[in-house]
Ligand binder design. Structure first.
Ligand SMILES: Nc1ncnc2c1ncn2[C@@H]1O[C@H](COP(=O)(O)OP(=O)(O)OP(=O)(O)O)[C@@H](O)[C@H]1O
Ligand SMILES: [Mg+2]
Length: 331
């Protein structure tokens, strides 16, 4: 039996604007097992980053707040933890590669000191061992002049270098869960391939569970075992990676896959999903995707579809699959 490392149930997270609560995550459910890479995909604004920030409980100075639901990490309930308990977990047991590298790099501390502090704190290494490990990690993420870089400040580095330093930091303590939010978007393709290989190595050598957030479906196909598709703050489909690409169930997932440009196809206009993600403060009733869906039926505008177990490898919340022989999940 696979061991569940992360299990998110009915997670609801909101922001407050002008004293009004704006619900962004509206009941997110999924899990990640030991040694598994789960891809989290969906258009911009669907709530992918907020899901990861909710797991880490890093709302910084925003009004973000978890309202409901549970986040179980190994045997611990993260929503019940104090900030000091979370601080002990972050960086050691759960690491995150942020979409924006400056979020996790301190601008006034040298790269070496930042890396070494995290390594010393979490791996109990002495100064010399920490320095050696830090340099090794920088080399692993493709930084040639690793020793020199140890004495530089984040602002002296290019965006791609900063991203790699952050990746080195996130991977340096062998976390049991690595959350990578668009880890390679800012990097050129050769470095991207290198980083993806490193992540695969982490999974193979340490059975790290990885939650990989990306817009790049090529990366998903290459890296992931399972895929969770989010739309407007909800999970609309979850499937084994082969099943997802060969036989997408939700019309939204089909649309995302169709929108990927293919080499050799010389179309005048790329396929795209018409319309826009609805505003969190003005969600349609019924299925949130219905106003954009080519297959929408009358019921779609009236009631939200339940999550249905389609087969062993896939779940989908869409009225198209509502038949008597499928079991209703989570509703
Ligand atoms: N600090 C904030 N205050 C208010 N609303 C926010 C804040 N951060 C995010 N949101 C809102 O939460 C929603 C989800 O944002 P999130 O960053 O999770 O999207 P995403 O799926 O990661 O998108 P992208 O692919 O562009 O990174 C968006 O509607 C966004 O406007
Ligand atoms: Mg994001």
């Amino acid at each position: 039996m696979s061991q569940t490392v992360l299990e998110i149930n009915q997670l609801e997270t909101s922001f407050t604007r002008d004293k009004q609560k704006i619900k962004i995550l509206r009941g997110v459910n999924f899990s990640v097992n030991k040694g598994e890479v789960v891809g989290l995909v969906g258009e911009s604004g669907s709530g992918k980053s907020l899901t990861s920030l909710s797991i880490m409980q890093l709302f910084h100075d925003t009004t973000g707040k978890i309202d409901k639901g549970t986040i179980k990490f190994n045997d611990q309930e993260l929503t019940k933890m104090t900030e000091s308990q979370m601080r002990k977990l972050r960086g050691k047991q759960i690491s995150m590669i942020f979409q924006e590298p400056m979020t996790s790099l301190n601008p006034v501390l040298k790269i070496g000191r930042q890396l070494m502090e995290s390594i010393r704190l979490h791996l109990n290494y002495d100064k010399e061992q920490s320095r050696k490990h830090a340099i090794e990690m920088l080399k692993k993420v493709g930084i040639g002049r690793a020793e020199e870089l140890m004495d530089e400040y984040p602002h002296q580095l290019s965006g791609g270098m900063r991203q790699r330093v952050m990746i080195a930091m996130a991977m340096s303590c062998n976390p049991s869960l690595l959350i990578a939010d668009e880890p390679t978007t800012a990097l050129d393709v050769t470095i991207q391939a290198q980083i993806l290989e490193l992540m695969k190595g982490l999974k193979q050598d340490h059975e790290t569970a990885i939650l990989l957030i990306t817009h790049d479906l090529g990366v998903v196909a290459e890296m992931c075992d399972r895929v969770v598709v989010m739309y407007a703050g909800e999970v609309v489909e979850e499937a084994d990676v082969f099943e997802l690409f060969a036989n997408p169930k939700h019309p939204y997932t089909s649309g995302l896959i169709r929108s990927v440009p293919k080499i050799g196809e010389n179309k005048e206009e790329l396929d795209s999903i018409k319309g826009q993600v609805p505003s969190p403060s003005n969600m349609p009733t019924g299925c949130k995707f219905a106003p954009r869906c080519e297959k929408a039926m009358a019921i779609c505008n009236e009631a939200a579809p339940p999550m249905l177990n389609i087969n062993q490898n896939s779940k989908c919340s869409c009225w198209l699959y509502e038949k008597k022989d499928v079991t209703v999940h989570n509703e």
